[in-house]
Design a protein around this ligand. Structure first.
Ligand SMILES: [Zn+2]
Length: 256
């Protein structure tokens, strides 16, 4: 049984064949897919997905730093309201810091992030983090806010040392399509050497295509290939990787 812990299944690219895709996922043993929110206008669709496939889909709501221009001034108030209304939301996310060129100024991103870390602490929710070129800053914020439920750094791109520091703060590390690239030596070392208990698998579909599939939108079905890659790198059976990573995800997100 596989748990895709990060998939933007609400995005329009899946509109045409979401039903068959969910059916196929089930057939392949992908029995959990976590859909994180990135902006308020998407929340109704995400909530609806969870109502349509309650046993297969888990959801999170949050305000993503790369969509900052879409967040209205009262976005935090509205997010709080939505989180209070929908008790089956299993995490706050996707939130974070992105220091790439062209993103909003750091101070603006930090303000949005801090408001949501406070909220996660108060509501005792784990968080789903998007962190690009900002691990030291993120780690210092996480130390300050000491979240009771921790969270996950999705599509983890930091160092071995960063990974250890996140784990100490109760965080898991999410790995996806990036590990399937032949030249991803740093990622391979992480996946081989980190305790399996720290690892979650994900696709980030429709983004982050796997090697050999760059010409098409990524799909949650690819989570099986991510697990296969981890199994191969660690010399473990596919089943043991699937089971352990699913257990990690279910524990973190409080799913049965
Ligand atoms: Zn994402």
């Amino acid at each position: 049984m596989f748990f895709d812990t990060h998939c933007h299944l609400d995005f329009a690219v899946f509109d045409a064949d979401r039903g068959p895709l969910m059916q196929q996922a089930k057939t392949m043993g992908i029995d959990k897919i976590l859909v994180p929110g990135v902006q308020l206008e998407d929340f109704p669709n995400i909530i609806q997905l969870q109502q349509q496939w309650p046993s297969q889909i888990a959801i999170a709501l949050g305000l993503h730093p790369c969509f900052i221009h879409n967040h209205p001034e009262d976005a935090i108030t509205e997010l709080t309201h939505q989180l209070n209304q929908h008790s089956h939301v299993c995490a706050l996310g996707e939130i974070g810091l992105d220091a790439r060129e062209g993103m909003a100024p750091e101070a603006v991103q930090v303000m949005l992030l801090e408001a949501q870390l406070k909220l996660a602490r108060k509501m005792e929710l784990p968080v789903i983090l998007h962190v690009v070129k900002a691990h030291d800053r993120m780690l210092s914020l996480l130390r300050r806010y000491a979240l009771p439920k921790g969270g996950v750094v999705h599509a983890f791109s930091g160092s071995f040392e960063h990974a250890k520091q996140y784990a100490k703060l109760g965080f898991k590390l999410g790995f996806g399509g990036a590990i399937t690239y032949t030249r991803a030596h740093k990622q391979h070392r992480l996946v081989r050497e980190l305790p399996l208990e720290w690892i979650l698998i994900e696709t980030d579909a429709p983004d982050m295509p796997l090697e050999g599939y760059q010409d098409q939108p990524n799909s949650p079905l690819m989570v099986v290939k991510v697990a296969e890659e981890i199994a191969e790198l660690r010399g473990l059976s596919l089943q043991s990787v699937a089971e352990q990573t699913q257990r990690n995800g279910c524990e973190l997100f409080g799913i049965n």
